[in-house]
Structures are given as C-alpha cells and as structure tokens.
Design a protein around this ligand. Structure first.
Ligand code: ZN
Length: 115
C-alpha cells in the first residue's frame, strides 16, 4: 500500500493518525451510459487543515471547494484544532529538548511572581 502524504507539507500520515481526508470522484450527468471515475483520496494533517481553514481563500474553483469543506470541519468543533495543537506541542518539545527544564523553571518563577 502506498503511504499517504499530507498534500500540503508532505508529512507521512500513518493509518490511525489524525488527519482530514478529502474524497473526490467525477460522474457524468445526462450522458448514457452514466460513468463514474475512480475516487481519489487527498489527505491533510491536522496542522495543515487548521492552517488552511484559517488562511486566505485559495485560487481556483476546486481548491475553493476543498477549502470550504475543510473550513466546515475546522469551524464546527475544536477537536481538529486540538489535534493540531498537540502535534505542534510535540514538535516544540523535540526542538527544545535540551533547554526544556530551564524554560519550565523560568515559567514557574514567573508564575510564582504573578501569584
Ligand atoms: Zn500537513
């Protein structure tokens, strides 16, 4: 099976990972016999889905249709935002693994000062 990649950032999406899938197929109308194409599956990771939904509308009718569908999902409830936030936290924790302790300590000092 071919690995699924996020269309925007090319991050690999493994089965069971949180993601947004856009399915697309074409069908003839008013033509006999009626034909239906195979379906394509396009995937976005949560961060790209949220980022796209929050961003400017894209160019092109197909992109616009996909953008509106993703906006529908992202604006309906916060679970995708939560997933995007969690993976962003994961990346920052990896990048800041060396000085995680000192920044946490600073935060504690700062919050004690406030409280
Ligand atoms: Zn992505």
């Amino acid at each position: 099976m071919q690995p699924l990649l996020c269309l925007r950032c090319r991050r690999e999406i493994e089965s069971g990972d949180k993601s947004v899938a856009v399915y697309m197929f074409a069908q003839t109308v008013g033509v006999k016999p009626r034909q239906k194409s195979t379906a394509q599956r396009i995937c976005f990771c949560p961060q790209c889905a949220v980022s796209l939904a929050m961003g400017m509308p894209p160019e092109g009718a197909l992109n616009m249709a996909a953008w509106e569908m993703i906006r529908d999902l992202v604006s309906a409830e916060p679970s995708l935002n939560q997933a995007a936030w969690e993976s962003l936290r994961g990346v920052i924790a990896l990048l800041g693994a060396g000085n995680e302790d000192s920044s946490a300590a600073n935060w504690r000092v700062a919050s004690r000062r406030v409280g």
